[in-house]
Design a protein around this ligand. Structure first.
Ligand code: SAM
Length: 242
């Protein structure tokens, strides 16, 4: 997968050189490039913002540097790359969206700052990109970079080969609409707290039931909204009893 990130703070994205995403880049599974928006300005001060039409607080990102940057990363393939524009006014990012984006050939991320990007850029970019404003959640960040770090990590780990054991992606929170069960490691007794006995029993059926019950109870306690959305046909008799 090809990923391009455009930002006025390319250093922010240095974390994408670390851990599994960094390794995937080294191994060629992810071809990820970070671009400095100021490299696409033409004035001496490398200006990327200006005052808003209609007045109001803050500055707005100028359209032309964005057009130049997006032209440079668009590629000349037949497929329209997905252009993700992080925004608190976008659709909320979900695991389902991460799975969908992991199928794409090229993702371009446009990191906004100040009061955001001149709206005409999104309209214009629609001619060449599949433009998607996406929010990390219902709160406001200072810029799109943190949102991009989260999204690239969530999408990148779903690209085949990035996570060594693909099975670890199957039983995760949100993969089946529920939160993951609690996990434990050695020692079996620690500070007067014991690991649930069933996990030491070697009885795979009982362990699976215990974990499923924990998933259901945890989801009911922490995220009842997820249970409401769950397809009832995916629940068995024992699930309903929980
Ligand atoms: N004035 C904008 C509004 O109210 O919708 C907020 C601008 S915010 C200070 C600057 C930039 O941070 C945005 O353009 C966007 O790139 C990013 N950003 C802020 N909150 C975000 C969120 N929840 N999800 C994704 N990106 C966010």
């Amino acid at each position: 997968m090809r990923i391009d990130v455009v930002s006025i703070f390319p250093e922010y994205l240095a974390a994408l050189e670390l851990s599994l995403i960094g390794k995937a880049r080294q191994e060629g599974l992810l071809d990820l490039a970070v671009h400095d928006l100021r490299d696409f300005t033409t004035d001496r001060h490398r200006t990327v913002d200006d005052t808003p039409y209609g007045g109001g607080a803050g500055m707005v990102m100028k359209p032309e540097p964005w057009a130049q940057a997006l032209d440079a990363v668009a590629g000349d393939g037949d497929e329209r790359p997905v252009l993700i524009v992080p925004s608190p006014a976008g659709a909320v990012f979900t695991q389902a969206m991460a799975y969908e984006l992991a199928e794409e050939k090229q993702l371009v991320f446009a990191c906004g700052r100040y009061e955001g990007i001149d709206e005409r850029v999104l309209e214009w970019a629609g001619e060449r990109f599949d433009v998607r404003p996406v929010s990390l959640g219902d709160y406001v960040l200072n810029g799109g970079e943190v949102a991009v770090l989260a999204m690239v990590e969530a999408v990148g780990r779903l690209v085949p080969g990035v996570v060594g054991n693909p099975e670890s992606l199957v039983e995760e929170s949100h993969s089946d609409g529920l939160l993951e069960y609690p996990v434990y490691t050695k020692p079996s007794a620690w500070r007067e707290r014991a690991v649930p006995e069933v996990l030491l029993s070697g009885n795979h059926g009982k362990i699976a039931r215990f974990r499923r019950d924990e998933q259901l109870q945890r989801t009911a306690a922490r995220r009842p909204d997820l249970l409401e959305k769950l397809d009832a046909s995916t629940l068995d008799k024992a699930d309903r009893a929980t």
